[in-house]
Design a protein around this ligand. Structure first.
Ligand code: NDP
Length: 486
């Protein structure tokens, strides 16, 4: 039977699926087999216009609702997502190639968490009263920004669509979301579910396309805010385009994060953390701890146990529940990753395991561990975005902190040690936005997520996201007379 995930239409605008086949074709390929499972079309300028006009209109009325009324719709969307988790997880697996055992617990569920959290917060978003003595006070009004644009990467298409949409809508904004052209299917479902939950037409629109569609959205004067999840080079372009219109931005970009394992760490947990932080989603996670610094006393035991556990990974069809490593999202990404593996070999890193493509038609790469990696090697400096772990040695705490920070990125950092005083001392000195102690890559909606340095601007999730999707109006009120000089 041929595999199909063809949606009703390519775009979701003004509360309905919309097609315009005159837009450039976007083939959707199932990464495990190379089969084409859908054909979509990029948005034409006319469709981009329709989406922005619908969002602008919907936003005006949406902002007039009380926060509680808005929240009720988001909570309903969370419930629908949970009830449709199996279907949404299967679609995420087809869209990205990620194993079904991951997508069942990490994608629609995480999206539902975002709608639940921000739906719950919506009723409590307020300004404040600032007393200024007996004759005056100021009050502040928390206002929505207006029309927000979300632009997604291909690794977490459902989660990204929700992490941007939920806080935006909770604050009274509307959204036009552009998924990555590699994974255009999942965001359409989010739009559909929001309509079913009672969101008015035009509130959450999805338009497909490549960078040019993203650029058209970012530069439109009706757009007040842009939230991008993507690479640093794209982030630079989008940030610059947004700056021209003085728009608000959130930039969730790449990383090359350090994961530090001290001699006294619990070996099994440290190995488990390194596996989660390098091989989950076949390594296509921005916050991955891809520079694994392991202290001298534990290094050989760590590598031996890591090799044993990596040997238990099951590469295969991501629809199979036993599969733990799926394919890369695209042939292009597979080739990029294999190129980095070659660089690792030719620059003298020791290949511990993996290092080759998987068998079969899909775009597989075996989970790969390099040891004896030095700070100057390409695989220790550049974001690979694939299942390639670089293990580096170190001796002292001060040394590892300096080396961990010697990068232009600053998304995440992790420390494994049983000495909790050291754990907090080290984490405090690492330049990273999202950090972990004796764990790695947890991303609960209650906690802020985002990077420093080139890894980004702003924070997603948590109450911090509210400040990035709303603005304060302050109103000075005088109760007495105005003292004018003439
Ligand atoms: P890209 O930067 O290539 O693309 C991101 C999105 O931006 C895509 O939808 C892309 O469209 C769009 N885009 C490209 N050019 C422009 C432009 N000029 N104007 C507006 N939009 C544009 O990233 P990838 O999709 O390759 O994702 C991988 C990257 O994302 C990695 O570097 C990773 O670190 C980062 N990432 C960061 C995360 C975080 O939260 N910090 C999370 C996940 C990923 P299209 O691709 O369709 O052409």
């Amino acid at each position: 039977m041929t595999l199909s995930a063809q949606p009703v239409a390519s775009h979701y605008i003004d509360g309905a699926y919309v097609e315009d086949t005159s837009g450039a074709e976007i083939p959707v390929i199932f990464a495990a087999t190379g089969e084409r499972i859908a054909t979509l079309h990029a948005a034409t300028p006319a469709l981009i216009e329709r989406a922005l006009a619908a969002a602008e209109r919907a936003q005006r009325d949406w902002a007039k609702l009380t926060g509680r009324e808005r929240g009720r719709i988001l909570l309903r969307a969370a419930e629908i997502m949970r009830s449709r988790n199996e279907e949404l997880s299967q679609l995420e697996t087809l869209d990205t190639g990620k194993p079904i055992q991951e997508t069942r617990v990490a994608d629609a569920t995480s999206g539902a968490d975002a709608f639940e959290y921000f739906g719950g917060l919506a009723g409590s978003l307020t300004g404040e009263h600032i007393p200024l003595g007996p004759d005056a006070f100021t009050y502040t009004i928390r206002e929505p920004l207006g029309v927000c644009v979300g632009i997604g990467a291909w690794n977490y298409p459902t989660q990204i669509a929700c992490w941007k949409g939920a806080p935006a809508l909770a604050c009274g904004n509307a959204m036009v979301f552009k998924p990555s052209e590699e994974t255009p299917l999942c965001a359409l479902k989010i739009a559909e579910i929001l309509t079913e939950a009672g969101a008015p037409p035009g509130l959450y629109n999805v338009v497909q396309g490549r960078g040019d569609v993203g650029a058209a959205l970012v530069t439109d004067p009706r757009v007040a805010k842009v939230s991008l999840t993507g690479s640093v080079p794209t982030g630079r372009k989008v940030y610059a385009a947004a700056a021209d219109g003085m728009k608000h931005v959130t930039m969730e970009l790449g990383g090359k994060s350090p994961l530090i394992v001290f001699d006294d760490a619990d070996l099994e947990n440290a190995v488990g953390g390194a596996i989660l932080g390098n091989f989950y989603s076949t390594g296509q996670v921005c916050s991955n701890g891809t520079r694994v610094f392991v202290q001298s006393g534990i290094r050989e035991r760590f590598l031996a146990r890591l090799a044993e556990r990596v040997a238990q990974a099951t590469l295969g069809d991501p629809r199979d529940e036993a599969t733990t490593i799926g394919p890369m999202v695209s042939a292009r990404q597979r080739d990029i990753v294999l190129g980095y593996i070659e660089a690792g070999k030719s620059e003298g890193a020791r290949l511990v395991t993996g290092g080759t493509p998987g068998d079969g038609p899909g775009w597989f790469v075996k989970p790969t561990v390099f040891a004896d990696v030095t700070d100057d090697m390409t695989i220790a400096r550049e974001e690979i975005f694939g299942p390639v772990m670089a293990v580096l040695g170190f001796d002292t705490e001060d040394e590892v902190i300096a080396r961990a920070n010697a990068t232009e990125f600053g998304l995440s950092a992790g420390v494994f040690t049983t000495d909790l005083a050291r754990a907090h001392r080290v984490i405090a000195q690492l330049n990273a936005g999202s950090c972990f102690i004796n764990s790695y890559n947890d991303a609960p909606v209650e906690a802020p997520f985002g990077g420093v340095k080139l890894s980004g601007v702003g924070r997603e999730n948590s109450k911090a996201a509210i400040n990035h999707y709303s603005q304060m109006k302050s109103v000075f009120v005088r109760l007495g007379d105005v003292a004018a000089p003439f």
